[in-house]
Design a protein around this ligand. Structure first.
Ligand code: GCB
Length: 600
């Protein structure tokens, strides 16, 4: 029966052609490895809480807004702003932690950067942003080139026809105001770091260029590698040569209407946490060669088990926010990502939950190299406006951009569509649509969501939220011993589920201030936090459908919901490590559990 179902699903996928190669998202694969000019560094900025540089006093868009980057030419000129003598901010980076007066700022800041360019008729030029939180309106030399909404995914614009020989300037209006219809919505338990938070590049390509590709194990035969490559401005008879030297493969791919599909026999070593093997690949056309590192593996479920490469695996994980260790603010360097991931490894993890939005690409690539399986999610968090069509479109776009960027990462095993959303018809329809979209873009990975909607019975907790029907793996967020009950009572809590599916305890935890010691029933002490972990671990050992754990959270992180002075000081203190890198007692409690856990 199961086999028949899989067969029908595969047929449907191939008949309808619903696959990532047909995605309308236009994003480069592997931007870091392309020929590019970095626009990172200092940008001139103007803080504009009233959007004076955008709207007239009649609240109409100004034709001569700040994006024109006007200069005074003669003494009688009136120009009430000047980028060249303004403040500056570093890109990539959030603005909140760069200037004290911007700590709480939510609104518009204009960014401007000058650059020199020598035009080459044989080339295309793109302006690429790793991420801007939240809304970006982008101008080149005073002309609009495009807009983007959503703070955690990349976007790019073709500026070949707009760039000039010599001096050019980019202006970006960045607005991180929270709005009810946005994704995320107005309330969230993390800092709303604004700004151009990830790298900005000018990416050069030949006229005919490889835009995107997918290379992975075939879903129907694990002795085959299959995929596709998309070539822009291709002509008839164009081809791409795909090489994987270590597997002695050199494959010629014919391009038809910009798309080339391939499928060939190969027996690569499979990627896994204990052997995170990646292969160097290259793709060559007559005008360029692109390289990447690709891992191959299979991921599926069987009843309540998660199956990696045909074998059951228990996910020993930890949740992580994209917050920089030692200095707070957004992660901006590879070293910061490596520090966070190194701590996860030290804990004994083979899995990380990257909460609550797509983290930067280097983080995902580094995790993959270190043998960490990844849960990646979009910020459909709490009570987004499920009934609103534009909110849905926005969420779907963020999901599609996340999948477009990371579809080649063997490390990513789970796409999560939501966190702690309240039950209801609009929500179920919204998430059903998102899940269908995720499956159509990527039929090779598992879909999950974190739920906090468990029913209470005399016999314990019961998982019956209808969302459980739609996902492959059920994430459960539960704070026994912190938001309810005493820590000691947690060991006895029993769980049951209506679904024959794997469950990941995607959040569990308690707050503690590093260095605060006391009794194990005294809030905020390291002892209390460790007590909560000890008892929740006992509880989890009794859940026979438990396939993994990712407690909340690796490191203390900034949140404007956490005002308690002397303890929180604007930090959510549920970290196992303080923001200064100090390990709390519970770090060792979880480490001991993972080191002794031989379920996989
Ligand atoms: C949750 C949320 C997470 C919060 C956490 C907490 O359930 O998913 O974003 O930070 O609880 O600390 O309350």
């Amino acid at each position: 029966m199961k086999k028949l179902y899989t067969l029908i699903l595969l047929l449907l996928v191939s008949i309808t052609g619903l696959c990532q190669e047909n995605s309308d998202i236009n994003l480069f694969q592997n931007t870091e490895e392309r020929e590019k000019i970095s626009l990172n560094g200092l940008w001139d900025i103007i803080v504009d809480p009233l959007e004076n540089g955008y709207y007239s006093h009649r609240l109409e868009p100004k034709p001569d807004g700040y994006f024109l980057n006007k200069k005074m030419k003669k003494p009688s000129d009136l120009v009430e702003y000047n980028f060249d003598t303004s403040d500056q901010l570093i890109v990539p980076g959030d603005w909140n932690t760069q200037k004290d007066k911007l700590y709480y700022y939510e609104g518009t800041i204009w960014y401007k950067k000058d650059f020199e360019y020598i035009k080459d008729e044989q080339e295309n030029l793109f302006l690429y942003f790793g991420a801007v939180n939240y809304k970006a309106i982008v101008y080149l030399n005073g002309e609009l080139v495009g807009t983007h909404e959503g703070g955690y995914t990349p976007f790019q614009f073709n500026i070949t026809d707009k760039v000039k020989d010599g001096n050019n300037f980019v202006v970006v209006k960045v607005d991180n105001r929270r709005e009810r219809e946005n994704v995320p919505t107005v309330n969230q338990d993390w800092w709303n770091y604004g700004g151009i938070t990830r790298s900005v590049y000018l990416v050069k390509t030949p006229k005919t260029f490889i835009n995107d590709y997918s290379v992975q194990l075939s879903t129907s035969n694990k002795n085959e590698i299959s995929g596709w490559v998309r070539v822009k401005n291709s002509s008839e008879n164009d081809k791409v040569i795909l090489e994987i030297p270590e597997l002695s493969k050199k494959v010629e791919i014919k391009i038809n209407n910009g798309l080339g599909k391939f499928n060939f026999k190969a027996k690569p070593q499979l990627w896994s946490p204990t052997n995170p093997k990646l292969y160097n690949i290259s793709m060559t056309t007559t005008s360029e060669t692109l390289t990447d590192e690709i891992g191959f593996r299979t991921i599926s479920t069987d009843g309540s088990d998660i199956i990696l490469n045909g074998m059951k695996i228990f996910l020993k994980g930890i949740s992580i926010h994209e917050e920089a260790p030692f200095k707070t603010g957004r992660v901006t360097t590879l070293e910061e990502s490596k520090t966070l991931l190194g701590w996860a490894k030290e804990l004994g993890c083979n899995f990380i939950r990257l909460a609550h939005y797509p983290h930067n690409e280097q983080m995902v690539r580094e995790a993959e190299k270190m043998g960490l399986m990844v849960w990646s999610e979009i910020p459909v968090y709490w009570t987004v406006a499920f009934e609103n069509k534009n909110t849905y479109k926005n969420a779907e776009n963020q999901l599609s951009e996340m999948i477009a960027r990371d579809k080649n990462r063997a490390g990513v095993i789970l796409w999560s569509v939501a966190n702690e959303t309240p039950e209801g018809e609009d929500r179920l329809q919204f998430l059903d649509n998102l899940i269908k979209r995720a499956r159509s873009l990527d039929p090779t990975r598992l879909i999950t969501a974190a739920l906090d909607t468990q029913a209470e019975g005399n016999d314990g907790k019961h998982i019956e939220d209808a969302l459980g029907n739609l996902v492959d793996v059920i994430g459960i967020n539960n704070y026994c011993g912190w938001y309810y009950a005493t820590p000691e009572s947690c060991a006895e809590v029993k769980w049951s589920s209506k679904f024959d599916k794997p469950m990941i305890m995607s959040e569990v935890g308690a707050g503690a201030l590093y260095g605060l010691h006391g009794a194990s029933d005294e809030r905020w002490t390291e002892e209390y936090q460790a007590n909560v972990y000890e008892n929740n671990i006992e509880m989890m050992k009794n859940i026979d459908f438990l396939a993994g754990v990712s407690p909340w959270i690796l490191m203390d992180f900034r949140s404007s919901r956490r005002p308690l002075k002397r303890i929180q000081e604007d930090f959510n203190r549920k970290g196992l490590i303080s923001e200064q890198g100090m390990r709390k007692k519970a770090f060792y409690t979880l480490q001991k559990y993972y080191m002794n856990e031989n379920k996989d």
